[in-house]
Design a binder for this molecule. Structure first.
Ligand SMILES: Cc1cc2nc3c(=O)[nH]c(=O)nc-3n(C[C@H](O)[C@H](O)[C@H](O)COP(=O)(O)OP(=O)(O)OC[C@H]3O[C@@H](n4cnc5c(N)ncnc54)[C@H](O)[C@@H]3O)c2cc1C
Length: 493
């Protein structure tokens, strides 16, 4: 397809602000794409839209990225992964698309309007996130940018744009599945090829000192160090999806439906969540590639697409339509009632947040999952449910359980601070997207999980031993890195 008109489905784009004057008039100034959630060049509808709009009016286009000092408790683990991915994107961008990349530090509500003013932009394109902070920034941007600037928001994260998948808060996967599937033929389509924009940006974007930037976030967030096993960037993401050696679709897919709930077999899972979270890969690309191999493994592909599309988009639906997506207030009436009825039930154990964080509970299985998250940075999907439910059992009440689980999840998981995380905690503790079960102490009608159930399902001792090994290796690597670092400093002193 020609670069001049790579078309983005109009349903994917929301006009947050329309500049004064007729809506179909040509843009006078450049287009700026404020990249936030979808940090990739490939398969990115927001970038495609930005370039498309720029080409239509023969104006240049740039990408702006704002690095916040703080975002929802991210540490070295998450900031490091993100910046290393962006560093690769920065060089790819220069090489492949000749689009300038401007990196700002501070508050986006200041840096983005300042930049738009400076470059006399006519259009700001942003990607979509349902999280409240991001929505507040966009509301503020609409107030702060000049009357001559339009703002377009593009859902480049979901396959069916969240506002079209459903126009209301959905009750469960059952109620949204049909709505999404009906619209897949229209939205689950291949991406057009993106070529360099027609009009070049004349001023320079200035260089970014990635080394300094990364060193700074690593120092500030040292409490939760980076991960070794998870290489950041678009290319690494594609390797995880379909690389020859360890790719999910190419080498691991066939056991997905049978083994994905077995914590002893972590490789059965795709391992895509870090890349999906930071937008280093598009879920639409994953779905398109998965469908190509459906003939070989129909069941595995169907189960994977259910998680990747229905469950993931259901999480965005929850955060988009439920303002209280991370507190008890966001639970359905039946769940709030049952949890409140049981708040004063006697708990066998009550732990402080610190005790939980340090994995100091009586339950070796729970401790193992907590340590897997703290050191390895990605807890197995099945264990996440057990982990969060135990926090409900061991804290003073549901509010504290939600706050604690979200705090730990956001701090340690490489894929944390994501709608999937808020919904995962709310599902486990508040029954969101679930149903009522037989009533019992503490949990009320919330689905219950316990150690004995896990023992019946998988090799609990094997998992504990596996985590011990993984944690040991992580600690060894950390100690070695410290020694190397000290040696290097001594050499240079
Ligand atoms: C308490 C709790 C906390 C969670 N926290 C997070 C989190 O912080 N970030 C996160 O991305 N996921 C979270 N999940 C959902 C799920 O556990 C992870 O997405 C999954 O384990 C990631 O590993 P994977 O990509 O290898 O999984 P795969 O099974 O290979 O799944 C592929 C993709 O499908 C989507 N997916 C899978 N399961 C779910 C689900 N239950 N809900 C929504 N989408 C799903 C994800 O985007 C995932 O990357 C949480 C679940 C629970 C119960």
């Amino acid at each position: 397809m020609s670069s001049a008109i790579p078309s983005v489905h109009p349903g994917r784009v929301r006009v947050l602000k329309q500049a004064l004057g007729p809506s179909d008039q040509k843009l006078v100034g450049p287009v700026v794409y404020w990249m936030f959630r979808d940090q990739r060049l490939r398969d990115n509808w927001a970038l495609i839209h930005a370039v498309d709009q720029a080409n239509k009016s023969n104006v240049p286009v740039a990408i702006a990225f704002n690095l916040f000092d703080q975002f929802k408790g991210a540490k070295a683990r998450q900031f490091g992964f993100m910046l290393r991915g962006l560093q690769k994107l920065y060089f790819d961008l220069q090489e492949r698309l000749s689009i300038p990349f401007f990196l700002f530090q501070g508050e986006a509500v200041d840096t983005i309007p300042n930049f738009l003013r400076e470059c006399e932009a006519s259009l700001l394109v942003t990607d979509f996130s349902p999280l409240r902070e991001v929505r507040q920034w966009k509301d503020e941007l609409c107030k702060r940018v000049s009357e001559s600037v339009s703002i377009h928001e593009v859902d480049a994260h979901n396959i069916v744009p969240v506002w079209l998948a459903s126009d209301k808060l959905e009750y469960s996967a059952r109620t949204i599945r049909g709505k999404i599937n009906k619209q897949l033929p229209e939205y689950l389509i291949d991406f057009p090829k993106l070529d360099p924009p027609k009009k070049e940006w004349v001023s320079s974007s200035g260089s970014v000192d990635w080394g300094d930037l990364i060193a700074d976030v690593l120092r500030k967030g040292a409490e939760v160090p980076e991960l070794e096993w998870c290489e950041p960037g678009e290319q690494a993401a594609m390797e995880v999806l379909m690389g020859d050696k360890k790719g999910f679709l190419t080498t691991r897919l066939k056991n997905y439906s049978s083994d994905r709930n077995n914590p002893m077999k972590p490789k059965a899972l795709s391992g895509l969540s870090p890349y999906l979270h930071f937008g280093q890969i598009s879920a639409q690309r994953c779905a398109l590639e998965a469908r190509k191999v459906r003939k070989l493994y129909p069941q595995a592909v169907d189960v994977f697409l259910e998680e990747l599309i229905v469950r993931r988009e259901l999480a965005d639906n929850f955060c988009f339509y439920q303002p209280h997506y991370d507190s008890l207030q966001g639970a359905w009436e039946w769940a709030r009632k049952t949890l409140t009825d049981h708040t004063s039930d006697k708990r066998e154990h009550v732990y402080t947040r610190k005790q939980l964080e340090k994995a100091q509970t009586v339950d070796p299985l729970w401790n193992a999952s907590q340590l897997e998250m703290v050191h390895y940075g990605k807890m197995h999907g099945f264990m996440r449910m057990y982990w969060a439910k135990k926090i409900l059992e061991w804290t003073s009440g549901p509010e504290e359980a939600i706050a604690t689980s979200i705090y730990l999840n956001d701090k340690y998981q490489i894929d944390g601070r994501d709608p999937n995380g808020y919904v995962g905690c709310m599902w486990s503790i508040c029954g969101v997207h679930d149903q009522g079960w037989r009533e019992r102490p503490v949990f009320g009608k919330i689905r219950y999980m316990n150690f004995a159930g896990c023992k019946r399902k998988f090799d609990v001792d094997g998992y504990i031993a596996y985590v011990k090994r993984v944690v040991g290796e992580c600690k060894k690597r950390k100690a070695q890195a410290l020694i190397d670092d000290t040696k290097a400093k001594l050499l240079h002193s």
